[in-house]
Design a protein around this ligand. Structure first.
Ligand SMILES: N[C@@H](CCC(=O)N[C@@H](CS)C(=O)NCC(=O)O)C(=O)O
Length: 206
């Protein structure tokens, strides 16, 4: 299969890390929404990344949908999802906070780096940044103390929530180091420092 997009996109990265964790081999089509739009458009009429091209030519889009599809191809006990019913709501909320924080960080990036200088709206960019920080701070508050003891966010096993938490921590601490750091977010920092260097994650660092 082929993964379309660059690892600067946190949504492309989360798909790549899940593929690595599942041991599914993939090729990359390194097209960026900045200068690779024509390539991306061949696969996805929305001209967004990620897209995943399956071996039979089927094109999947949107990281959440792609991962749900991949999860269905894996035996239930190997899925990167919590198994217990009681975990489903907090797991879903954790994913929503972390992916929401990343969406607002991407919006900040576009607002400050992609617009002509005279069209930048600093107040809007600052508001997006505040929302990104608010989302990841709320995720930290809801994170299990287990991560400080070498565990994971849910059920003592790696899930998509851990993957997105590491990406969110790396992305936001890189962009806003004064507001997103180990002092403010000790649990997510611990997770990032433990999982970030492993091959599945490190091989996708932009
Ligand atoms: N909900 C989507 C978000 C994907 C997304 O926002 N991708 C960005 C790059 S980080 C993109 O393609 N932006 C171009 C655009 O939307 O025009 C997902 O999870 O895949």
């Amino acid at each position: 299969m082929k993964l379309v997009g660059v690892y600067l996109s946190p949504f492309v990265r989360r798909v790549a890390i899940a593929l690595n964790c599942y041991g599914i081999a993939f090729e990359r089509v390194e097209a960026s929404v900045v200068d690779g739009r024509a390539t991306i458009a061949q696969y996805n009429g929305l001209v967004r990344v990620p897209s995943l091209i399956l071996d039979d030519g089927t094109v999947l889009i949107d990281s959440q949908q792609i991962l749900a599809d991949l999860d269905r191809q894996v035996a239930q006990d190997k899925r990167l999802c919590p198994a217990l019913e009681k975990s489903q709501r907090p797991y879903g909320q954790m994913l929503a906070l972390l992916t929401g924080a990343l969406e607002k960080m991407v919006a900040t990036f576009y607002e400050t780096r992609r617009r002509p200088a005279e069209k930048i709206w600093p107040e809007w960019a600052a508001q997006c940044g505040d929302q990104a920080v608010g989302g990841i701070v709320a995720a930290e508050a809801g994170a299990s103390d287990d991560v400080l003891l070498g565990g994971f966010l849910f059920e003592q096993r790696l899930t998509h929530a851990d993957i997105v938490a590491v990406i969110a921590y790396e992305t936001l601490s890189g962009a806003l180091p004064d507001r997103v750091n180990v002092t403010v977010l000790p649990k997510l920092a611990a997770l990032a420092s433990r999982l970030g260097p492993t091959a599945a994650f490190a091989s996708t660092r932009p």
